[in-house]
Design a protein around this ligand. Structure first.
Ligand code: FES
Length: 253
């Protein structure tokens, strides 16, 4: 979801026929989560500020045109929201289809297989086939992020631009969790991609190897080298780093 607002002011709204009270400033996505409804998402997380780029979390609001993103739309008193309609199901499937049509189809050999949010969301929206092929598209054109080589310069993780869905979770984690501004989104449209600073290798960038970006990545774009070498761990727990008073959470495996 998105972070829960800390406002003392409560707002009452209706989501899928159920009334709910949440703090003012809460997103519709988070309000739905509070009542147990998971809206499909790729770019939103529980802790990072919402960005609204993946367009998977669309909802319908009575009295409003269009289908706004639930992660960036705050609740309002008396709002009546629908998160599960045929139209939304069709739109979400269409969005996922475009993502998958532009993604390497190597799931079976990918180190994130079984732990990939793109894979999970394709299943969640019921995507069974993709009508658009990569042949004929500019997927592999010169300069496309999909043909850029993997960046293996960092000793702890790799960066594979071909698997990036440009959700910016890594960019936001770098800024919001670590307070570093090592990552940026370079290029526009089809050619947009995550890039360290001035497109230098990770090792020569401002990156301090904290791993926040790797944890935030929903695919195998940013991937721990140990996971690639020995596979994903069987168990993991989220704990708090003991080295300073900041209170950063990290995954221990
Ligand atoms: Fe809302 Fe991506 S989760 S736009």
């Amino acid at each position: 979801g998105t972070p829960l607002s800390t406002s003392k002011q409560q707002v009452t709204l209706t989501i899928d026929g159920m009334q709910i009270n949440v703090p003012e400033g809460t997103s519709i996505m988070r309000a739905a989560m509070e009542m147990g409804t998971q809206i499909p998402k790729l770019c939103a997380t529980d802790s990072l500020q919402s960005f609204g780029s993946c367009r998977l979390c669309l909802v319908e609001i009575e009295g409003r045109n269009g289908t706004p993103a639930s992660c960036t739309t705050p609740v309002a008193p008396g709002m009546v929201v629908h998160t599960q309609t045929e139209r939304l199901a069709r739109l979400r499937k269409g969005v996922m289809e475009l993502y998958i049509s532009d993604h390497p189809l190597d799931c079976l050999t990918c180190s994130a297989n079984g732990d990939c949010e793109l894979q999970d969301m394709a299943g969640a929206v019921g995507l069974r086939e993709v009508r658009y092929g990569m042949e004929g598209s500019n997927h592999f054109a010169k300069g496309s992020p999909h043909v850029l080589p993997k960046d293996e310069s960092n000793p702890y993780f790799t960066y594979d631009p071909a698997k990036c869905i440009v959700c910016s979770r890594c960019v936001r984690a770098c800024e919001e969790v670590q307070g570093t501004f090592a990552l940026t989104i370079a290029g526009r449209g089809f050619d947009s991609r995550v890039s360290p600073g001035m497109s230098e290798p990770f090792l020569q960038s401002e990156c301090v190897s904290c791993g926040a970006c790797v944890q935030a990545c929903p695919t195998a774009t940013l991937n721990e080298k140990s996971v690639i070498a020995i596979g994903a761990p069987e168990h993991s727990v989220v704990t708090t780093c003991a080295y300073c008073g900041v209170g950063c959470s990290f995954k221990a495996e």
